[in-house]
Design a protein around this ligand. Structure first.
Ligand code: ADP
Ligand code: ZN
Ligand code: ZN
Length: 744
């Protein structure tokens, strides 16, 4: 018997199948999906890989499989990985990785084996004491400090697997023993399961009696569940119209049949309130998967799902790979959200995969949004997706009243503040009524660019082609692309003049301005600079709500899913930023953001929204004032059709990245000339050009765009044109992405 094996390695040259002989004693054990150890290349050490097919003979001289691991993939997952690798232009092994429990690369696995799962490490002294000892210089060894810092920074109270600690700190186990001897940590045998809900208080919540619109939707999807039939459904309903209530009741139906559910939400760490609602309804039968969990926690959640202890998985996009058995439904909340598309290899779209998985399993897929993805709504209008519309807020709360403020008028009337007079008035009134306000500005930092008025010099990142942003806290200039940081300047490094001016605005400056306008009020800021630690989102949101802080100032992070009963005013400081990017999705995203952030106002009583803009006539602004998605959709879809953008075709971006500009150009040009000969008339191929930001992290970036349906034949053409060259030009990498979130 011969096994076709994929080596677990990301090198593109290894993205092929290797034949291995199956030893007699393994013939009964081996199956498609088995994880195996095989001799590879000249080295003595064994590599690990996955069996993706079994056959009788091979045309090659083959080596023998050396061993078999106990964990394996399902045949379903092997097929999914093959499909993904093709569709998303990457290695099968890269896709398989997403389907494995975390912390099980072969190195981590063997560490875990050696450590005997169950060996836990705890901090043995109070966190503050340890921190004080570090500060006081009582702990000399850097390795000791690294380990102890790890406990403190990650707030680990319930212990961590010894092998995890080794992987995360890069410090070897022998060292742990010394630290334990010094009394700072303790190593114990422990079977304890880390439980992310351990310290969470939640109340029990009963199901609601559905209203008429909800019933129509619920009954229809319930019949799909009962009949074991796949359909894709779109619930289009304004915020607060009761979409989540429908999800909860559908899941109850699924659980009653002994089946399981996957619920995808955007960046779950941003929406703890969503998890709380599931906890209140279903108790701890749920597992949560998101990027803020430690690998140990993720490992536990993964096992809870695999062992059937958790019947509902809630997670960000990669939760689509959760090892559920007996799947009954897949739900994608806020289905228009950009985070469902991965911007790292594999560049998959979780929505596409959800569709495939739901279809293969004969279960319904439910998409929900107040502002559906244009492509989803187009499919719904064409009857490819079942459409359900919820028009009323379930609690009868009214939508907020939205006003537009023309910033050109403000400026010409001498108001140089970021906050228009109208917004100032509204804030004053809101403060007087002891209500809360949210101000949204999608730019972090203090000033967005720094220029010399004498010679025109602009402070730019030394690794990227973009201006640096001034951050007042720490008095630094930061690059928002690569993280480069330098201290702020007051003298021009180019001409020596002291006329260096700081232009533009960010959330830090806005916060200062608000405090100046309204002395004595309380404010809290939420952006990447204030959100760092694991629970910080939740902490910031909770203190805003519970401590009745007057004003929350934030970036995109404040837009999503939060429910604050006392917020009756939302101010959008600059609505224009998003609308004019070199990107076909920019306007759609701008509109969605405006509607969503407006939805934070007036959840329980009358609410107001003020949108400040330099473009009051732009259709995305007008439509978001009316909160009229249908109107926006009709305008946008006509434009897309005229310009031939998705959903009327796919946008395929072939990126070329490299340290040497002429190499990058050379490779881009040769791929282009290969493609030029083989594309059809319908496949529109554009010339290679520099990306809008030509250099990021010292790498030059060029791109070729193709507008066409991404068919199998086009995939083959692109692979043919790109692969050949990739082997010769190791210094230039080629990345292919279809319908990316952004085009930079
Ligand atoms: P969405 O997910 O569309 O934003 P939710 O499901 O969160 O809407 O509903 C908004 C609020 O209305 C929640 O507090 C929810 O409990 C409540 N709600 C939903 N459906 C009903 C109903 N049929 N009867 C009473 N309250 C409801
Ligand atoms: Zn100068
Ligand atoms: Zn940079």
């Amino acid at each position: 018997m011969i096994a076709e094996v994929i080596i677990n390695n990301n090198a593109r040259a290894l993205n092929r199948i290797f034949d291995y002989k199956v030893p007699k004693e393994l013939e009964t054990k081996i199956k498609i999906g088995s994880r195996v150890f095989v001799p590879f290349g000249n080295g003595k050490k064994l590599d690990d890989g996955f069996v993706i097919n079994l056959k009788d003979k091979s045309e090659f001289e083959c080596k023998e499989i050396a061993g078999i691991e106990k964990d394996s993939l399902s045949e379903f997952n092997v097929n999914l990985a093959k499909l993904m690798a093709r569709k998303y232009f990457c290695n099968i092994s890269e896709c398989i990785k997403l389907m494995l429990p975390p912390g099980t690369t072969s190195k981590e696995l063997s560490n875990r084996e050696k450590a005997k799962v169950g060996n836990f490490v705890f901090l043995n002294k109070d966190k503050d004491v340890v921190e004080a000892d570090i500060e006081a210089g009582l702990i000399k060894s850097d390795k000791h400090k690294t380990v102890l810092r790890y406990f403190i920074d990650n707030n680990i109270e319930e212990g961590i697997y010894i092998s995890d600690l080794e992987v995360f700190t890069g410090v070897s186990k022998a060292v742990f023993k010394t630290i334990a001897k010094n009394g700072y940590i303790a190593i114990k045998e422990n079977e304890m399961e880390r439980n992310p809900f351990l310290h969470k208080a939640y109340s029990r919540d009963k199901k609601k009696k559905l209203n008429e619109e909800q019933i129509v939707c619920f009954e229809c999807i319930k019949s799909q569940i009962d009949e074991g039939r796949h359909e894709t459904n779109l619930i289009y309903g304004i915020t607060g119209s009761g979409k989540t209530e429908i999800y909860l009741q559908l899941i109850e139906e699924v659980l009653n049949k002994g089946k399981t559910a996957i619920v995808l939400v955007p960046e779950i760490s941003l929406t703890p309130q969503m998890v709380d609602r599931f906890l209140s309804r279903f108790g701890e039968e749920i597992a949560v998967l998101h990027s803020k969990l430690s690998s140990g926690e993720r490992f536990d959640e993964w096992n809870k799902i695999k062992d059937g202890k958790a019947k509902i998985v809630i997670g960000a996009r990669s939760a689509i790979f959760a090892p559920v058995s007996n799947l009954g439904i897949i739900i994608i909340d806020e289905e228009h959200d950009a985070s469902y598309k991965s911007e790292n290899t594999p560049r998959y779209n979780a929505k596409d995969l959800a569709y495939y998985i739901a279809k293969q399993n004969n279960v319904p897929l439910v998409l929900g949004s107040a502002t559906p993805d244009i492509t989803s709504f187009y499919k719904a209008k064409n009857g490819d997706i079942k459409l359900f519309t919820l028009t009323k807020r379930a609690t009868n709360a009214k939508l907020p009243e939205v006003k537009i403020v023309d910033l050109r008028y403000e400026l010409s009337h001498g108001n140089k503040s970021m906050i228009s007079l109208e917004l100032q008035e509204a804030m004053k009134k809101n403060l007087k009524n002891k209500k809360q306000t949210i101000l949204f500005l999608n730019r972090r930092g203090y000033s967005t660019f720094i220029m010399c008025r004498e010679c025109g010099y602009v402070a730019k990142c030394k690794n990227c082609d973009i201006p640096l942003t001034y951050h007042r806290y720490g008095n630094t200039l930061k690059c928002h692309y690569c993280g480069y940081e330098q201290s702020a300047i007051s003298i021009c490094p180019n001409c020596g003049s002291n006329k260096v001016k700081y232009f533009g605005t960010g959330t830090q400056k806005l916060e200062d301005e608000v405090k100046e306008l309204f002395p004595g009020i309380t404010t809290i800021r939420m952006d990447i600079d204030t959100v760092g630690k694991k629970n910080s989102y939740e902490e910031i949101l909770n203190s805003f709500r519970d401590e009745k802080i007057d004003v929350l100032i934030g970036t995109q992070m404040v837009v999503k899913g939060h429910h604050f009963p006392d917020v009756t005013l939302v101010g959008v400081i600059a609505a224009d930023g998003n609308l004019y990017q070199d990107d076909y999705k920019a306007v759609e995203r701008g509109f969605q953001t405006l509607v969503q952030v407006s939805g934070r106002s007036g959840r329980t009583e009358h609410g107001d929204v003020i949108i400040q803009t330099y473009n009051p006539d732009h259709y995305a602004i007008i439509d978001s004032q009316k909160q009229d998605y249908d109107l926006f959709y009709n305008q946008e879809i006509n434009l897309r059709k005229m310009l031939n953008y998705p959903p009327f075709c796919d946008i395929i971006v072939i990126r070329f990245l490299g340290k040497n500009l002429s190499d990058v150009k050379k490779v881009a040009n040769s791929v282009y000339s290969k493609l030029e000969k083989i594309v059809s008339d319908k496949e529109l191929l554009y010339n290679p050009v520099p990306s809008p930001i030509e250099r990021i992290q010292n790498k030059y970036r060029w791109r070729i765009i193709i507008k066409a349906k991404l068919t199998n034949s086009l995939i083959d053409k692109i692979n043919f044109a790109a692969n050949v060259l990739d082997y010769k030009n190791k210094d230039v990498s080629i990345i292919v992405d279809s319908n990316p979130n952004n085009m930079v």
